[in-house]
Design a protein around this ligand. Structure first.
Ligand SMILES: NC(=O)c1ccc[n+]([C@@H]2O[C@H](COP(=O)([O-])OP(=O)(O)OC[C@H]3O[C@@H](n4cnc5c(N)ncnc54)[C@H](OP(=O)(O)O)[C@@H]3O)[C@@H](O)[C@H]2O)c1
Length: 256
């Protein structure tokens, strides 16, 4: 029997690479994103349908309670269970603004998707995992895609940093709460990864890379993150929970 993996924000960027990797590992794939299916149809056909990967696309927003319930309902209707949840969907502020000028609307938008949506989807999925029959070595794996911004200050996108610090506590809380239920929860913290999210600041990051800010002097690729997520979702990880791994080319190392 295949495991069923739900990947939020699996339509593009890091999430798409995660969906592709977990499909290669033999999972049924459920992708959740806001865009209409026809926007992603060609790549879904290419990567999943043509390769006979059992696949479901659910359109909705992580910040919307009804959409989160729809995700769970449609996943269970199609596959009957959820074994892996990858909380990958996340947004940056629409406009980078100095901390002193950040608007309430931007704060609410970023927090409602990155933090609140992640928390309540995890709560919902965890309850379901607990009820499921244990047919794999654990009852479930949950992986949160956080960010180096959980630790690193960027005063032009404070709301994003706050949301990723919240994700880090969400990882710890659920790891603690679900350990006794045999559900493993960990986190990946990407550094600078080449996706649409950072296209507006590509020049800045090209400069930082050439100046040697990142010990491994290149852009991170979505596949770099996907490899670590797949590891954390694997049966190899059964006694490690509430942890995180930086996928950042060594950016977290303090240097003199
Ligand atoms: N790229 C980086 O350098 C970097 C660094 C650190 C952490 N991260 C984190 O990695 C994760 C993925 O980032 P990325 O770079 O791959 O971003 P991306 O290229 O902008 O892709 C974001 C994904 O999330 C979906 N999405 C956006 N809003 C959503 C919502 N409200 N509900 C459900 N899905 C939604 C998008 O699809 P639709 O547009 O169709 O909704 C898309 O699939 C995010 O949590 C991000 O914070 C990224």
């Amino acid at each position: 029997m295949n495991k069923t993996a739900v990947i939020t924000g699996g339509s593009r960027g890091i999430g798409f690479a995660i969906a592709r990797k977990l499909a290669m590992e033999g999972c049924n794939i459920v992708v959740f994103a806001t865009g209409p299916l026809n926007k992603y149809k060609d790549k879904i056909d290419e990567e999943f349908n043509k390769k006979n990967v059992p696949f479901l696309y659910v359109q909705g927003s992580l910040s919307d309670k009804d959409d989160r319930e729809k995700l769970l309902r449609e996943t269970l209707e199609r596959f009957g269970r959820i074994d892996i949840l990858v909380n990958n969907a996340g947004v940056a502020p629409l406009l980078r603004k100095d901390l002193l000028e950040m608007s309430g609307e931007s704060y609410e938008r970023v927090m409602s998707i990155n933090a609140e949506g992640t928390f309540f989807l995890t709560q919902q999925v965890a309850k379901r995992m607990i009820l499921q029959e244990k047919i794999f070595p654990t009852k479930g794996h949950i992986v949160n895609v956080g960010s180096c911004s959980a630790e690193v200050s960027s005063v032009s996108r404070g709301e994003y940093c706050i949301s990723k610090a919240a994700v880090s506590m969400i990882t710890k809380l659920f790891a603690d709460r679900l350990a006794g239920d045999d559900i493993i929860v960990n986190e990946i913290r990407p550094g600078v990864i080449h996706t649409d999210m950072v296209s507006a600041v590509e020049e800045k990051y090209n400069r930082l890379i050439s100046e040697g800010v990142f010990p491994i002097a290149r852009w991170g690729e979505p596949e770099d993150v996907a490899e670590m997520v797949a590891f954390f979702c694997s049966d190899s990880v059964r006694y490690t929970t509430g942890n995180y791994v930086d996928v950042d080319g060594g950016f977290h190392i303090r240097r003199l």
